[in-house]
Ligand binder design. Sequence first.
Ligand code: NAD
Ligand code: UDP
Ligand code: UDP
Length: 320
Amino acid sequence: MTRKYSSRRRVLVTGGAGFIGSHLCERLLADGCDVLCADNFFTGAKDNIAHLVGNPHFELQRHDVTFPLYVEVDEIYNLACPAAPIHYQFDPVQTTKTSVHGAINMLGLAKRVKAKILQASTSEVYGDPEVHPQVESYWGHVNPIGVRSCYDEGKRCAETLFFDYHRQHGLRIKVARIFNTYGPRMHPNDGRVVSNFIVQALRGEPITVYGDGSQTRSFCYVDDLVDALVRLMATGDEVTGPVNLGNPREFTIRGLAEMVVERTGSKSRIELRPLPSDDPKQRRPDISLARKTLGGWEPTTPLEAGLARTIDYFRGMRAG
Ligand code: NAD
Ligand code: UDP
Ligand code: UDP
C-alpha cells in the first residue's frame, strides 16, 4: 500500500483471510476504507476473501507476521494467530512466535507510521478462571507450561508488549479480549465446538461432547464481534482496553449439543469423550466496560439465529 492523497483510511488487517479477519475486511470495505489483508494462510483461506479480490480498495499480501512488514497505514488490526486448540498446538513454538514476534513487528510498524493498533487478545488470558463472570481487572489463572500455554502465554505477552509500547513510546493501542466467537467461515476441521457439532450433526455422526458437558461457554456471533472491534478502534486515545468482547449468554456444552441436533434435524446421538487437559470449566464475559465505552454496543444476535446462519453455511459447503 503506497502513500497517496486520499481521504480513505488505510487499514491493515493481519490474519485477514481467517474466520474473523475476513468478516472484518468486508466490514471495513463497506465503511469506505482501503484494506490491506496480510496473511500467511496457515489457517486462513483464499476462499474466505475471494469475493473481495478485484475490489480496487482491497489488497491481499501473503506475509508471515513473525517477519517485519514495511507498509504505510493509518490503523492496524492484529488478528494473525491460529485460534483453535488443534491449530495452535500443531506447532506450539510457532504459535508463541506469531503472538510475540508478530506483536513486536506490528507495534514497530505502528510506531514508525504513527498508526493506531488493535490487538485481538482472548478470554484465554484468564485461563481456567476462578472469578466468574470474568472482569478485565481479573489477572487470570493460567498454566504456564501446559498444552494451551503457547496460545495463552503468547497472547498475555502480546498484551504486555502493547502496554509497554503505549507507556514507553506513546502508541495508541486498543486491546480486545475476545470470547468464543462463531459464524460462517469457521474452519470445518478446526475442532472448535460450534463447527465440530454442526459438521457432525450434518453428517449424522455422533456429537462428541468432552467431559460430562457441564462446562460452559458464551458464544458471540461474528457480526456482533466485528462491530465491537470497529467501535473499539474508533474510540478516543484514552481508551486502551483491555476490554472484554463477547456475548454474556452462557450455555453448557451439552445444551449446545442438544440445540445443534434439534436445529439441524439430525439423528446424531451425543457421545461423551475425555475432557482435554486444562479445559476451562466455565467462561462468560462481563461486558459492562464494552457497553460503557463502545457507544451503546450490545451483542444482538441470539444463539438460535446465529446457529441457523452457521448451519446454512456448512450445509452450503457440503453441497458445494
Ligand atoms: P483463524 O485461524 O480463522 O484466523 C487466524 C488467521 O491468522 C488465519 O487466516 C491464519 O492464516 C493467520 N495467521 C496465523 N499465523 C500467522 C502468521 N504468523 N502470519 C500471518 N498470518 C497468520 O482464527 P479466528 O477465529 O479468525 O481468530 C482471529 C483472531 O482472533 C486470533 O488472533 C485469535 O486468537 C483471536 N480470537 C478468536 C476467538 C474466536 O473465538 N474465534 C476468540 C478469542 C480470540
Ligand atoms: N518493524 C516492522 N515494520 C516497520 C517498523 C518496524 O516490521 O515499519 C519491525 C522491525 O522488525 C523491528 C520491530 O518492528 O524489529 C520493532 O520495532 P521497534 O522500532 O520498536 O524496535 P527496533 O527497530 O529498535 O528493534
Ligand atoms: N468441546 C466438546 N466437543 C468438541 C469440541 C469442543 O465438548 O467436539 C468442548 C471443549 O472441551 C470446551 C468447549 O467445548 O469445553 C469449547 O471448546 P473450543 O475448542 O471451541 O473453545 P475453547 O475451549 O477455546 O473455549
